[in-house]
Design a protein. Structure first.
Length: 451
């Protein structure tokens, strides 16, 4: 208990907190700044694309009934909610379509939905510069990914990392934006971590993206409480009953501070060209490549054979999805729409496409085997059709660190997501602001275009 409460305690959690609290905009590398600009643009587009979804209608209706005074904007909906409610709504919107960014550096984490939803709300509480928001965004990545690396068995245990690690990431990011000192940042991490939750059992339901919203809300609450001196354990990650020990069957607390001060983790973030779980991207790329190369008629297909990383079969083994949300966790559905449509965007994961008899027939021709020698972003695919067999190998899926989306592709994705909601002129102006975020004096200028 002494380490929990002594102000002069020396712990790994506090060492990380002190480092993050001391970070300044000048510490951001050009690569980190570029990644932050890309991440903001990509995430706000994903949130806008989901802003009119029926499940957001349900959430917003409840929050309007139960919430406090309107203080922060809900993107794409022309309304404001309370300071804790807007992050919940925006965080869920950002993750709802499974189109948001994914960091795969030892931890598969959708960092931006919880972190940016938290930061956008706080940016309406007091004026915040674009540069300050970028720094807080990068700080959130450090905390979330490092906490995940300290608990290597966390995902295998059934936790949804965007809910659990996302809470820690959002707490750190919010704390940095509020300017918390090392002690209060330590408390913010502890308050955020003790709220961490989210179960993989809820994949394919409205609750999956709810985890991201709750993480954003948790982070804002943690930072606001810590700002006023609300305390917590100072070894929330590495303690005997800390995060790394109770959320994982294996603990690696030293990972919390390993190489601290080196390259920013946001630099290795990944972005999705496809609107589904990131582990599906290699097989989608492979099937689309075969479709385009061999000009395969789906009606002539006898079999679609896949060789994938074992995690793909574990996470996306839904065989007969009954909704669009479920289809995002079906490798068979993803292979089928990739072949039939040559795409795996928002339209391919709708309720209608999940129920399409032609797609269902193709799904039943898909077989997949696990190969432990493959990376998570790698796949082999073969299509048997018209008496021939066509095969391809994808070494790195599009959107990953080793095969990143270009800036032009990120902007095109944003415009496609945002224009139907806010119009072409506002979308293009928002994109220009995001690309020059370092120079924006008040982030509310950007938020006003998106709200």
């Amino acid at each position: 208990m002494e380490q929990n409460l002594k102000p002069d305690a020396v712990t790994l959690t506090k060492a990380l907190a002190a480092h993050l609290a001391a970070a300044r905009p000048a510490d951001l590398t050009p690569a980190a700044r570029h990644a932050a600009r890309r991440g903001v643009l990509d995430w706000v587009g994903c949130a806008l694309a989901a802003s009119a979804h029926p499940e957001i209608d349900i959430l917003v209706a409840v929050l309007q009934e139960t919430g406090g005074r309107p203080q922060a904007s809900v993107l794409g909906r022309g309304l404001k909610l309370g300071l804790l409610d807007a992050p919940l709504a925006n965080g869920q919107m950002g993750h709802l379509l499974d189109f948001d960014d994914t960091h795969m550096g030892g931890v598969v984490l959708h960092t931006s939905s919880p972190v940016l939803a938290a930061l956008f709300a706080l940016a309406e509480r007091k004026p915040v510069s674009g540069e300050a928001l970028m720094l807080a965004y990068a700080v959130g990545f450090e905390a979330g990914v490092r906490a995940g690396r300290s608990a290597p068995g966390h995902h295998q245990g059934g936790w949804h990392l965007t809910g659990t690690l996302g809470s820690i990431a959002a707490g750190a990011a919010s704390g940095r934006l509020l300017g918390l000192d090392a002690q209060r940042m330590t408390y913010a991490l502890g308050i955020a971590a003790t709220q961490a939750g989210g179960m993989q059992q809820n994949r394919g339901t409205m609750c999956k993206s709810f985890h991201a919203g709750k993480a954003a809300q948790n982070g804002v609450l943690a930072a606001l409480l810590a700002e006023r001196g609300f305390d917590s354990s100072q070894e929330i990650i590495e303690g005997k009953r800390g995060f790394a020990r109770i959320y994982s069957d294996v603990a690696a607390p030293q990972a919390l501070t390993a190489d601290l001060g080196g390259a920013w983790l946001i630099e290795t973030n990944g972005h999705k060209p496809h609107a589904c779980g990131v582990v599906l991207h290699p097989l989608i790329d492979a099937v689309i490549a075969l479709r385009n190369r061999a000009r395969i008629d789906p009606a002539s297909v006898d079999a679609i054979e896949l060789r994938l990383h074992p995690l793909v079969l574990t996470i996306t083994g839904v065989t007969e999805p009954t909704s669009g949300l479920q289809s995002k966790f079906s490798l068979r559905h993803s292979a089928a729409v990739a072949l039939a449509d040559g795409a795996a965007g928002i339209a391919q994961y709708s309720d209608a496409r999940a129920a399409d008899p032609a797609i269902a027939a193709l799904r039943r021709k898909v077989t997949a085997v696990a190969d432990e020698t493959l990376r998570k972003d790698e796949a082999h695919a073969a299509i048997v059709a018209g008496g021939g067999r066509h095969a391809v190998h994808v070494a790195h899926a599009s959107g990953t660190t080793d095969n990143p989306m270009s800036d032009a592709a990120i902007e095109a994705k944003f415009l496609a997501n945002a224009t139907p909601l806010i119009g072409d002129a506002r979308a293009r102006k928002a994109a220009a602001l995001a690309w020059s975020l370092d120079e924006v004096a008040d982030v509310r200028e950007l938020i006003a275009l998106l709200a």
